[in-house]
Design a protein around this ligand. Structure first.
Ligand code: PFF
Length: 456
């Protein structure tokens, strides 16, 4: 199969910001604090960090090298590297996961728009006491129209950026949105540290209770690591197909992992001190943490300084929007690149197909909070089912297969050439990297899967 002529990212900074933009998302600011809250705080963070370093980094570098070497969408990449073998199913699974994740992720993205709007129009101050925030959230998500409208708006913005292309769309927007996002995070952390509950919040985040760690916690931490780093579904593989030969893959992976982890931990630093500042609020409020607990916090904790509360809340929800958008464009790109190249459609037409399919499933996921709440699969609502299947199953499975592919199948010389840029870079950890891919990642992921299966 001929290697195709295709677009490239224009600069190394663009590469890092676009990849970090994919990684940093609702997973860091919404999902990570929920998981930390539900799985006992610091102990979870510790397991999470171990998963990031020993599973996340090697899988990310593998995705990078598969993408850059094949210069192709994720499904075709495996056909180029392993012609005539079933390996391309790993790539197809990635495209499928992309559709699945975007379909439910976009629902929460829609919520961020409504919340940013409510914050900006000072709507939270009128909501009232804690119960009313729950009712506000429940009324909104179960409304058959409003969330759908926001979901569609978010999808169309994503569509617009993707259709503009790799350099003019994805890279340009990431270069504007990521610095804004990092700035907002910095300001919010400082604000949150100055709140009365900051010590309690920090203790919750930093003091591990090892008694809390069981396989359920490990599975959640691993799923969260893959989700947060956008791994196991060909997303970074697709982005890497736009990297030039000069990009240092190890260094880029290091930067992305550091940025992503810092943002996740900082989000904890923003949210938990704030939550502990209000007596009676609990940190394990699950998905409602950011949408129910926080508006309440903004209102009560800043009771004497309503303007500060206003600014804090608007900045927080703008932060959520920015982080979500840089991620939705990356998921969209996985499927768009595939359809565009596989079916020889224009990018615009490919993107149209992706947008239409994800909008349709997104609508169903959104309605699963209201009129379709009784429609369940294996006891999950559609939204929860999509989340469970992708984060706890498909992404780690994809990660495991990618490690086996790079560690056992790919020609070692080719892997070495990609990682060292044909010998121009010194990579002292190369052997350790291969060891992690060959043994540690597949066995660790496999063991956790088997344990969960036996338990079920
Ligand atoms: N990493 C994103 C987040 O933390 O929100 C989610 C994500 C983006 C998952 C892109 C998968 C993906 F391909």
């Amino acid at each position: 199969m001929a290697v195709q002529e295709r677009a490239n990212f224009g600069s190394k900074l663009g590469v890092i910001l676009a990849s970090a933009g994919s990684a940093v998302g609702l997973g860091n600011i919404w999902r990570f604090p929920c998981e930390v809250g539900e799985n006992g705080g610091a102990a979870f963070i510790l397991v999470y960090l171990i998963c990031v370093v020993f599973l996340g980094v090697p899988v990310m570098v593998s995705e990078f090298l598969i993408g850059r070497h094949s210069r192709s969408n994720t499904a075709t990449a495996y056909k180029i590297l392993a012609p005539g073998t079933p390996w391309h199913f790993v790539g197809l699974m990635g495209v499928f996961s992309g559709f699945l994740i975007l379909s439910y992720y976009i629902v929460v993205c829609g919520w961020t728009l409504e919340y940013a709007w409510t914050a900006a129009s000072n709507g939270f101050s009128q909501v009232g006491d804690a119960m009313d925030y729950t009712a506000f959230f429940n009324n909104f998500v179960s409304n058959p129209w409003k969330p759908l409208l926001y979901l569609a708006v978010f999808m169309l913005i994503t569509h617009y950026i993707v259709v503009r292309g790799v350099k003019e769309g994805i890279e340009k927007f990431s270069k504007v949105m990521m610095p804004m996002l990092l700035l907002i995070i910095g300001v919010l952390v400082v604000c949150s540290f100055s709140m009365p509950g900051s010590v309690k919040g920090l203790t919750f985040l930093l003091k591990p209770d090892f008694g809390k760690i069981d396989t359920g916690v490990v599975l959640s931490a691993m799923g969260q690591a893959f989700f947060s780093l956008s791994l196991g579904m060909g997303c970074l593989c697709t982005y890497a197909s736009y990297f030039t030969k000069e990009v240092n893959l190890m260094k880029t992976a290091g930067s992305v992992v550091v940025i992503d982890t810092l943002v996740a931990v900082m989000s904890g630093f923003i949210i938990f001190p704030a939550v502990f500042s209000v007596p009676g609020l609990i940190p394990n409020a699950g998905p409602g943490l950011v949408f129910i607990t926080l508006p309440n916090v903004f209102n009560i904790a800043f009771g004497n300084y309503p303007f500060l509360g206003y600014v804090f809340s608007v900045m927080f929800y703008v932060l959520l929007i920015l982080s979500a958008l840089t991620s939705t464009i990356s998921m969209h790109e996985v499927a768009t690149a595939y359809i565009h190249e596989k079916f020889k459609m224009t990018r615009a037409k490919g993107a149209f197909v992706v947008t239409s399919v994800c909008l349709s499933f997104g609508v169903l996921c959104s309605l699963s909070f209201g009129v379709l709440s009784d429609m369940t699969i294996a006891g999950f609502t559609l939204f929860d089912f999509f989340d469970y299947v992708s984060a706890k199953f498909l992404m780690p499975l994809g990660g495991m297969l990618i490690s086996i592919f790079t560690g056992w199948y790919l020609d070692r010389k080719m892997v070495w050439e990609e990682i060292t840029n044909e010998g121009r870079l010194r990579v002292p950890m190369f052997k350790f990297y291969i060891f992690l891919l060959k043994y540690v990642a597949p066995l660790a992921i496999g063991a956790i899967f088997v344990h969960e299966l036996i338990k079920a």
